[in-house]
Design a protein around this ligand. Sequence first.
Ligand code: AMP
Length: 287
Amino acid sequence: MKIVSVIDEIRECVRSARRDGKRLGLVPTMGALHAGHGALIENAVRECGFVVVSIFVNPTQFGPNEDFSRYPRTFEQDTAYCQRLGVDAIFAPSADQMYPRCQQTWVEVEKLTDGLCGATRPGHFRGVTTVCAKLFNIVMPDIAYFGQKDAQQAIVIRRMVDDLNFPLTIRVCPIVREPDGLAMSSRNRYLSPDERRQAVCLYQALESCRQMFDQGCRHANELIELMCGLIERAGGQIEYVSIVDMETLEPVEIIDRRVLVALAVFIGSTRLIDNCLLDLRPPEKCV
Ligand code: AMP
């Protein structure tokens, strides 16, 4: 496995893989890898002859009061994990490699980024789409892998790829959870043991929502009320609990189509997100 931090070098690696006729997979991450990332990597290794995992804590997607400086950085464990999973190259650039000058060009997806996380994290998605556009142009993958955990992000990236005709496929893989249901996240490391116990309330709220939906409830506000009650009783501080159209991310009142149920909740000072799809068809497989 190659570990590369320079853009020209990773370009050379992928060029030679492509010369060998290999299909190229890219898994963009911010490191502090866990089994959620692992699932994306496994899918990539299964489908592609050459897999690049990028590890880059992208400064442009963090707000000024967010956790950029204390975001967990576990590079040695990450490289060992990637090696075990059969990754061909890690691309771990410095911020100077990715942003050598003051960036004047940004990629911005409109509308889809207005609500949910976009409402409270101004500039976040602009940072995400810009860094993904850069990574796509550097690695030129055939397939890029994202997690359903960051549902809005996956929808926004798909839209960018469509709107700007990037010649690649976006694969979105199901959420990987801890045994008690908590969605795996690098930020779970911030939780104290008590907070870790509380944090399961996001999953429990989503499960209760799904149950009520399965029993026939189609009123979004009733489902939202149920979830808010459960989260608040568990001590979570709600940023949003929303039920939105899967394509437009606009709130729905009556659930008569495929919807995304999305939550952002503070457990102590740690902001966690989670979501599920409500559909008449079985949800959450790789698409
Ligand atoms: P991050 O390192 O947090 O930027 O995440 C990198 C990629 O891994 C993103 O596409 C995430 O959606 C995905 N990911 C993170 N956590 C999970 C999880 N629990 N299950 C599935 N995918 C995940």
